[in-house]
Design a protein around this ligand. Sequence first.
Ligand code: FE2
Length: 165
Amino acid sequence: MTRKTLQDLFVHSLSDIYSAEKQLTRALGKLSRAASNEELSKAFQTHLEETQGQIERIDKVVESSGIRLKRIKCVAMEGLVEEGQELIEEIEKGPVLDAGLVGAAQKVEHYEIAAYGTLCALGKQLGLNDAVKLLQETLEEEKATDLKLTQFAQKAGNVQAQKAA
Ligand SMILES: [Fe+2]
């Protein structure tokens, strides 16, 4: 067992989320195409653009803190993306699949919120103030996306309930 420093942990966590974001850019296009509700489809598209910006932000974090990312694969994101893909294969296009996609996307956002929250905390401890500022911006974006998805689910739920009444 090797003794790792807090800096090592920061680099590992940042490399992990970098991989996660890259995987997500490929997945969000699929989610957007699979969604039948236009608003939801657009929300995935918007988050795809944001995700590209988040990758650029990680590049800036790397520059500002003078670290080197490791080539690792985020297996958690791989699994989350796979679950979304399974839904697309198993459920026909429509409101039920949309509800499933919202849930799958929220699992992704919650993972990312946890990851960026941890990175902000580690960065603060390491005194990487510029990096923390950038990571905080992404954290806020992820939270906003999560909230948007919650609001969409509530609205869709209300429409379904009205239909059933
Ligand atoms: Fe992200």
